[in-house]
Design a protein around this ligand. Structure first.
Ligand SMILES: Cc1cc2nc3c(=O)[nH]c(=O)nc-3n(C[C@H](O)[C@H](O)[C@H](O)COP(=O)(O)OP(=O)(O)OC[C@H]3O[C@@H](n4cnc5c(N)ncnc54)[C@H](O)[C@@H]3O)c2cc1C
Length: 444
């Protein structure tokens, strides 16, 4: 063991654990690694918390990012159950709430995000819940089992999954959102309207273009009053109105923060010993004009791996096409790209049948895509978007034309665009973390 105090990773979750794994397995780094986490659990997958774990079809062991013995096998020190409360980058020390201190040579900040709070009268009543961590999911599952009348506030990806879960538990379910369609900023009204139809087909009372005026009740929730004057009975309210990055520690340490910890394209922050990764990082991305902060499972995995390389002075380029998956009413939705400008949407396949795909075009160039139950297509769509080449809309609309036939011929495609075939399932605790395009977790 060297006298080097090594690398401290703050945030023992997906990005942090993947960074630790890549440091050891991809790069053979043999210095000390300390993984600091405020939650008592080993790093786990959050994506299942609104899906299989909430519904009881995924067990706790399936949530593990890495096999529990990985940390001991790889000599990774775990400091769990106490948050880091002070970070001194010049002195290179981090202090935890329990007064433990760890020196470091470099630090990775992967503190993630937390739910944005609803600020309306009654928001602190019993029965108003948020979902971010494993304990939230367990309590929410118990509440959903006993609820009866559920109101979900927010019709984004999370709100949509929560509505689907609530219906699976047999609850009368209302979703309230001020925007015209679910996931509006990402999908727009046409494809968002399709998501709306799916909710309504599954018995959800979808109140769009309306907001929450107040949550009513004496001690616990009894109803939700909307801005347009509706009163919706509820004994459980679930809030899914977005997330706020956990930047306070970084900001107090003097790092540049603006809607996330600002980093360059290699996740380097404004201080030479600090790197940031995952939901908390707002990084330069060569595909986009402004720095992006991406709250996706895939992004956290890619960031963890890239952060390890940067920490070891071997920075890699992060220019992936953002990828998100969601499970609703037994269907898998996959979305690639970032909300950006588009002037046309091409669809392939029937909206109600598996295999449906929508592709957003900007001046003929594919910039984003959504598939429903068409898992094999994501890699091809990623290639199409990464290539950033205009395609023939008529051919694109023809489901019998293979997507890769639309690529320009006799022209090199960017390395990032090379397809790796069907996404592989993760093998926690094993193998390399260097997959360019992370497979989504099998347990979602
Ligand atoms: C319910 C839910 C469902 C999701 N579903 C999907 C999905 O279907 N598809 C998808 O692509 N993505 C999904 N996501 C997003 C995905 O899970 C996140 O993008 C991913 O977890 C980000 O990983 P991270 O390691 O950056 O941050 P996090 O997972 O948020 O981990 C950060 C960790 O740092 C800890 N921490 C914070 N401050 C401190 C401190 N001061 N000291 C010590 N520890 C600290 C936090 O408690 C947390 O444990 C979902 C997220 C949630 C919450």
């Amino acid at each position: 063991m060297s006298a080097d105090p090594g690398i401290v990773i703050i945030g023992a979750s997906l990005a942090g654990a993947k960074a630790a794994q890549a440091l050891r397995l991809d790069h053979g780094y043999d210095g000390p690694i300390t993984l600091v986490g405020d939650e008592p659990h080993l790093p786990y997958q959050r994506s299942a918390l609104s899906k299989g774990y909430l519904l009881g079809t995924t067990g706790p062991a399936d949530l593990d990012v890495l096999k529990p013995q990985f940390y001991a096998d790889q000599d990774i020190t775990l400091a769990l159950g106490a948050p880091a409360t002070a970070l001194d980058l010049d002195a290179r020390r981090v202090r935890l709430a329990d007064c433990t201190e760890f020196p470091f040579t470099q630090v990775l900040i992967a503190t993630g995000a937390r739910p944005r709070r609803l600020r309306v009268p009654g928001a602190d009543l019993d029965g108003v819940r948020y979902l971010r961590n494993r304990d939230d999911s367990e309590h929410l599952a118990a509440a959903l089992r006993a609820a009866g009348n559920v109101v979900v506030i927010g019709a984004g990806w999370l709100g949509s999954e929560l509505a689907a879960a609530s219906r699976t538990f047999g609850n009368h379910t209302t979703v309230i959102d001020p925007l015209p369609t679910p996931v509006y900023y990402v999908l727009g009204d046409r494809i968002g309207g399709l998501i709306a139809r799916r909710h309504r087909d599954h018995g959800v009372n979808l109140l769009l273009g309306d907001g929450v005026e107040a949550i009513l009740g004496t001690r616990s929730v009894e109803a939700v009053q909307t801005i347009t004057g509706r009163t919706i009975p509820a004994n459980l309210v679930i809030v899914g109105v977005g997330a706020t990055p956990n930047t306070e520690l970084a900001q107090a340490a003097g790092l540049c923060v603006d809607g996330g910890i600002l980093t360059d394209g290699h996740l380097r922050t404004s201080h030479p010993v600090a790197v940031a990764a995952g939901d908390v990082a707002r990084h330069h991305h060569p595909r986009y004009l402004n720095p992006v902060r991406i709250e996706h499972w895939d992004n956290a995995v890619i960031h963890g791996t890239a952060a390890a390389a940067t920490l070891l002075g071997k920075p890699t380029t992060i220019d992936h096409v953002p990828y998100f998956f969601s499970t609703q009413y037994g269907s898998t939705l996959e979305y690639l790209g970032l909300p950006t400008t588009w002037d046309r949407i091409i669809t392939r396949g029937e909206q109600t049948t598996p295999g449906f795909t929508a592709i957003w075009l900007d001046r003929g160039i594919p910039v984003a895509a959504l598939t429903i139950d068409n898992r094999g297509a994501a890699d091809h769509l990623r290639t199409l978007i990464a290539t950033a080449h205009p395609v023939d809309p008529q051919q694109l609309a023809d489901p019998d034309t293979p997507l890769l036939d639309l690529l320009p011929t006799r022209r090199a495609v960017p390395c990032e665009a090379i397809s790796y075939g069907r996404p592989r399932r993760p093998n926690p605790g094993q193998g390399s973390a260097s997959t360019t395009h992370a497979p989504r977790p099998a347990n979602a």
